[in-house]
Ligand binder design. Sequence first.
Ligand SMILES: Nc1ncnc2c1ncn2[C@@H]1O[C@H](COP(=O)(O)OP(=O)(O)OP(=O)(O)O)[C@@H](O)[C@H]1O
Length: 270
Amino acid sequence: MTVATPSPSTAVETDTLVNVDDITIQFDTKKSSVVALRGVSLQIQRGEFIAIVGPSGCGKSTLLRAISGITPTTEGSVSLRGDQVVGPRQDVGFVFQRPALMPWRDVRRNILLQAEMRGMDRAEARERCEDLIQFTGLTGFEKSLPHQLSGGMQQRAALCRSLLHQPDVLLMDEPFGALDALTREKMNVEMQRMWRERDMTSALVTHSVAEAVYLATRVVVMGARPGHVVEEFTVNLPRERDYEETMEDPEFHRVAGRVRELLGSASSHE
Ligand SMILES: Nc1ncnc2c1ncn2[C@@H]1O[C@H](COP(=O)(O)OP(=O)(O)OP(=O)(O)O)[C@@H](O)[C@H]1O
């Protein structure tokens, strides 16, 4: 019997958490047919933070939804930890632009909703919930109702809810898009710390180039009609990033400049 010796590429592949392999997604309605994505391939390594930017309608949300299994692919495949994604997955966390909290439930009970939906062990869920409340700076607000919280606090609660089941990958679709500029900046700094401290493999869709480059280890630029990957940029900045220092770092300006150039030429072709 011949025993295969692992090749160096096998070692790289074991670190690949998400593998989007040449996917096409077409939406057919009675009146029309839209190719949202064509020939999109993307790999996310364990511990990476990728940011996806691109003009409106280029399929960024569709790509996140395909990774989470909510939207099926028309062609190609998506796999998570080597398992093909064929339906909604339990091992991803999803944060949307609107926190979508239940108005009649307090913060703690909104977070624990995840445990109820997934039938998690109650004692374990409660313990994780308390840890996340502390981790995201919500201590003291456990009993507050959503309308008693600021937008940033609401989004923190939504983040706790999406992390309660300890997903392998955190997908975020414009999570800070509805916040005012100052709160957004504060949330960016918090997100940077959380990613670093918990090593959360993350994918973020954003319209903000600064947010993308500040947070990401890699920025993926997409183009439209149909949605495709134009280019990817590795961000060679340290894992721990001070906000002000990063904003002045030549590497930040190099990547942000290239991304803006590409986005400018993408929208000028619209
Ligand atoms: N469920 C659906 N049915 C039909 N068409 C859809 C559906 N979801 C998305 N689309 C279309 O697919 C294309 C990509 O949409 P998507 O929301 O993924 O883009 P996006 O880059 O996230 O846009 P934005 O930046 O404006 O949020 C658009 O043309 C959109 O109208």
